[in-house]
Design a protein around this ligand. Structure first.
Ligand code: SF4
Ligand code: SF4
Length: 240
C-alpha cells in the first residue's frame, strides 16, 4: 500500500486496494438551499412545480460544472440515478413556511471504470490531470471536514497510523451511509418532490395547524380537492 500523501496526483493504496473508489460510486452532489412557501398549504400544485424546477436547475448546474480540463471539455455526468431530497429545517413566519432543503444527487461518472478506478486520474493518464478541480482535491490530507477534498477514510488512516481495522470500519461506515441515501432516494425529481410535500403536510398538521385555517377560510366545496393537498375530496378529508 502506498504511503499517504498530500500529493493527490498519485493514487493512494487505500483508494485502490481497500476503498475501491467509494467517493465516486456513486458520486454525490449535495446542495442545501431555502425555499419559501406563502399562504400555508394553499396552491400546492404550483409550489410542486416550483420545487421541481429548482431541483432541475441545481442538477443542471452540477452537470455543467463538472467537466474535464480538456479543450473541448467532456462532461462527467448525465442525469442522476437517484434524487434524495429532504427537509432539514422548517421555520414558520406568519403564514409562510421557510423550508431548508437538502438536495442530494447520485451521479455515475462516465470516467469510473468497472473496477472502480478513475480513468482520467494522472496516475492512469501518465501525469496528465484531466479531472475537474473538485476531483483533483479528493483524498487530500490538507482538507478539513466540510471542505472539498476531505475524505474521512484517508483522515482515519492518517490519524490511526494505517490501522487496517479502523480504516475498514471507516470504509464500511461511508458505504453504509451512501447505500442508505441511495436506497431511500427516488428515481425522478418529481417523485422526490412528492415525498417532500408529504413531509411538509405532515409538519403543518402536527406543528403549525394554524396555517390550515387559511385554507378553511376559503371554504372549499365538498367535492373540491382538499386544501391540504392530499388529493382526496374535501368531504372525504378535512371536511369530514
Ligand atoms: S478518496 Fe476516500 S472515498 Fe475516495 S477512493 Fe480514496 S479513500 Fe475512497
Ligand atoms: S473524474 Fe474520476 S475522481 Fe472525478 S468523479 Fe469521475 S471517477 Fe471520480
Amino acid at each position: 500500500m502506498n504511503n499517504l500523501s498530500t500529493d493527490t496526483s498519485s493514487y493512494s493504496g487505500i483508494c485502490t486496494d481497500l476503498c475501491k473508489g467509494k467517493c465516486c460510486d456513486p458520486w454525490w452532489g449535495i446542495i442545501s438551499y431555502i425555499v419559501k412557501k406563502d399562504n400555508g398549504l394553499l396552491h400546492l400544485q404550483s409550489f410542486r412545480e416550483e420545487l421541481i424546477k429548482g431541483i432541475r436547475e441545481r442538477e443542471q448546474r452540477i452537470i455543467d460544472r463538472y467537466i474535464t480540463t480538456e479543450n473541448p471539455p467532456r462532461h462527467l455526468f448525465k442525469s442522476p440515478e437517484r434524487y434524495n431530497v429532504s427537509i432539514e429545517n422548517i421555520k414558520v413566519i406568519g403564514n409562510s413556511l421557510h423550508i431548508n432543503l437538502r438536495a442530494m444527487f447520485a451521479f455515475r461518472c462516465q470516467f469510473l471504470s468497472e473496477d472502480k478506478m478513475c480513468t482520467i486520474h494522472p496516475a492512469i493518464t501518465g501525469g496528465n490531470d484531466l479531472r475537474p478541480e473538485h476531483c483533483a482535491y479528493l483524498g487530500s490530507l490538507d482538507a478539513r471536514p466540510d471542505e472539498r477534498g476531505y475524505c474521512r477514510i484517508i483522515h482515519t488512516a492518517a490519524a490511526s497510523s494505517g490501522d487496517i481495522s479502523k480504516i475498514k470500519a471507516a470504509i464500511e461506515m461511508e458505504q453504509g451511509v451512501s447505500e442508505r441515501f441511495y436506497n431511500e432516494g427516488c428515481k425522478s425529481a418529481e417523485m422526490a418532490v412528492d415525498a417532500v410535500l408529504e413531509k411538509l403536510k405532515e409538519y403543518v398538521r402536527e406543528n403549525a395547524p394554524q396555517l390550515l385555517s387559511i385554507e378553511t377560510q376559503k371554504n372549499p366545496g365538498r367535492n373540491d380537492p382538499c386544501y391540504c393537498g392530499s388529493g382526496r375530496k374535501f368531504k372525504k378529508c378535512h371536511g369530514m
